[in-house]
Design a protein around this ligand. Structure first.
Ligand code: SF4
Ligand code: SF4
Length: 361
């Protein structure tokens, strides 16, 4: 990319915000490209091995903290927030989520993954935002990122006023809690940077205390290798045996550090139907999902982020949750279902099934 334009003041910025709102974004901001003060923290996190098997995190090295190295010509980063709490979420959604976790036979999918694949939703809307801007100022160089490993998303969000970095390491906003996606447009336009978001965690440590696996090893420091989101989604191999009981009935992701956060009483519902809950991803039993065969899994997860983990990891996660259900007193039906699947399962899933059966009381 090469720098071609200067941003001509507040009126265009106001216009950009209006377009963003029309596209479903609740907030946009602008960050510069000098993230050098974030580099030591990134290096220390990688050196500690906290990224686990996410080799792509390390592969991009310090490019992650250097937008202009990642996408040459980048002068500014437009950041955007897209709320994902489903439109139909009840006023007492936090209590409902807590009750789900307390029912060992219910399958719990992280709230953000119950609707359409957010990568697609975000990407297409950021692209449309870029097109509308191009129609106004002329063609410019840009690249869209959504939940993308090479980008220090939370750092950019904090610098551009979208939200501060909470002690759980996610972005957090006074008017919106943390139930939102982040997306970025790297642009070769020189835009005025937004005011950074001041932090408001104060003395609270609720997320650190609530984390089932103690993955938040210190404020603002996450050992991804212990995080249930990482273990059930990113991690390809066996789930460490000592962590399996702590996974509970979470089969895709984990929201605990967010549901306990006091700021999430301000979480905003999405304005988009894309994040409406799909059948099977809220309120289903573990056994009902276990009885899906692979074609049904593929059909049900079409257009969903869940499909990304594939059939094997899906079954692995369900086996762990079923083992935890057995430990909590689930009966013969679960044992029978696990046994029936054992002989035809691939080695990874078979090992998790064997572990699950060993949990029966
Ligand atoms: S997502 Fe769950 S496991 Fe990961 S840090 Fe938050 S509470 Fe802990
Ligand atoms: S739970 Fe408390 S410490 Fe954690 S992110 Fe929310 S406000 Fe910050």
């Amino acid at each position: 990319m090469r720098q071609q334009h200067r941003f001509d003041g507040q009126s265009l910025w106001q216009q950009l915000r209006e377009w963003a709102h029309e596209l479903g974004f609740s907030q946009i901001g602008v960050a510069g490209v000098d993230l050098s003060t974030a580099e030591p923290g990134l290096v220390a996190w990688l050196d500690a091995g906290f990224h686990g098997s996410m080799a792509y995190m390390a592969a991009h090295g310090l490019k992650r903290a250097r937008p202009a190295a990642l996408v040459p010509g980048t002068v500014s980063v437009i950041t955007a927030r897209l709320d994902y709490l489903p439109r139909e979420a009840a006023p007492d959604w936090v209590e409902r989520e807590t009750r789900r976790l307390a029912d060992p036979q219910q399958a719990v999918v992280s709230l953000y993954a119950r609707g359409r694949d957010y990568h697609k939703v975000l990407r297409s809307r950021l692209q449309r935002l870029a097109e509308r801007l191009a129609a106004e100022v002329g063609p410019f160089g840009h690249r869209v990122f959504t939940d993308s490993a090479p980008v220090l998303e939370v750092e950019l969000a904090a610098r551009s006023g979208i939200g501060w970095r909470g002690k759980h390491t996610l972005a957090l906003q006074r008017e919106g809690g943390s139930m939102f996606f982040l997306g970025e447009l790297f642009v070769d336009l020189e835009l005025p940077a937004s005011e950074p978001a001041p932090a408001h965690c104060g003395s609270c440590t609720a997320c650190i205390t609530a984390c089932p696996t103690q993955a938040i090893v210190a404020p603002y420091r996450l050992d991804a290798r212990r995080c249930i989101s990482y273990l059930t989604i990113e991690h390809h191999g066996a789930i460490p045996v000592e962590l399996r009981p702590l996974v509970g009935n979470r089969i895709y992701g984990c929201d605990d550090c967010q549901t306990v956060c006091p700021w999430n009483k301000y979480a905003q519902r999405s304005t988009l139907a894309d994040f409406d809950v799909r059948e099977g991803f809220a309120g289903a039993t573990l056994l009902a999902l276990w009885h899906w065969d692979e074609p049904e899994f593929m059909r049900r997860t079409e257009g969903s982020a869940i499909r990304r983990i594939g059939w094997q990891r899906w079954r692995r996660n369900l086996a762990v949750a079923l083992g935890n259900a057995l430990a909590a007193g689930a009966g013969a039906e679960v044992v029978r279902a696990l046994r029936e699947a054992r002989d035809t399962a691939d080695p990874l899933v078979a090992e998790h099934i064997a572990w699950a059966l060993a949990q029966a009381q």
